[in-house]
Write a protein that binds this ligand. Sequence first.
Ligand code: DOR
Ligand code: ZN
Length: 362
Amino acid sequence: MSSAHPSNSSNPLEITITRPDDWHVHLRDGEALSRVIAHTAFQFGRAIVMPNLKPPVTTTEQALAYKDRILAALRESHHPDQNKISNFQPLMTLYLTDTTAPAELERAKAAGIVAVKLYPFGATTNSDSGVTDIRKTYPALEALQRLGMPLLIHAEVTDPSVDLFDREAVFIDRHLKAIRKDLPELKIVVEHITTLEAAQYVQSGDKFLAATITAHHLLYNRNAIFTGGIRPHYYCLPVLKREAHRLALVKAATGASSKFFLGTDSAPHAAHLKEHASGCAGCYTAFSAMELYAEAFDHAGAIDRLEAFASFNGADFYGLPRNTGHITLRRESCQMPESLAFGSAKLVPLRAGEALEWRFVS
Ligand code: DOR
Ligand code: ZN
């Protein structure tokens, strides 16, 4: 259980909760991986690692090799709390394509790969090998259902005639409802939900359906992208939506349903590739993830709900044990750096140069 001090629990200065997990993160590879791995490992016990590398992680062999590179980067990160971060566990995923074979998924399951990610072709960063027609993947989806392996969905249509802000709601109507009808016992996580429609759809589903929510979608609406000029560091996919949607997400995350859980979708891109005529999508939040979530829950008067969202609901859905360690967060202003080292480039985290309202104590 979470504990809050002082005992006035509606306005605590400090909370201690079970160590959380990040059920959706981009760790990249090579130099980028070595720069970001300690940020996630410092805060979280485990993380579901997205497979949208170049080339994508489509086989068990590739996923296991990627896991080894993550663990090597962790060992070599020379973090001041090396002991603590060395307990971090990456949970690996495969990238679903039109031709993923059921036998590959059986191998993946046997090797401890945790889930499979569905990117619609062209929907986001490195989705060029994504699914062109969901019906083509039905043999794979049937295998996932049989194996009890979750399917993680980037739930946006790519039809250019659909308004960018409507692509999530349209995906639910055009595709998700059909998948759920055809494969009723397939475990599905709708990743990084951004709309009232998605929150309601997941809330009304059965135990096979859940969703992750990012800190940035809880804290910001689409005005953030256009305040005083175009702000590329607030651009991600699915894009931030209007305020009514943000409020629906806060209600879902802080409510009693255990179907919503933490997934940062922290997605590092070199600053010059975001501050660009055709800027990359992704917000880098791993550096201060729990501080940002604490702020969102605190503003909703629901800091006591943070532990279930961050530390229990995801593990329960995935059928994994809850973590045993703890973290402590304190309501205390602290300044974010302007940028972080990222090889020869710079990485600009969300909130760069601004204040955070919460501090990660330990
Ligand atoms: O904003 C995003 N960035 N959304 C995604 O779906 C992918 C991610 C990335 O890999 O950069
Ligand atoms: Zn993502």
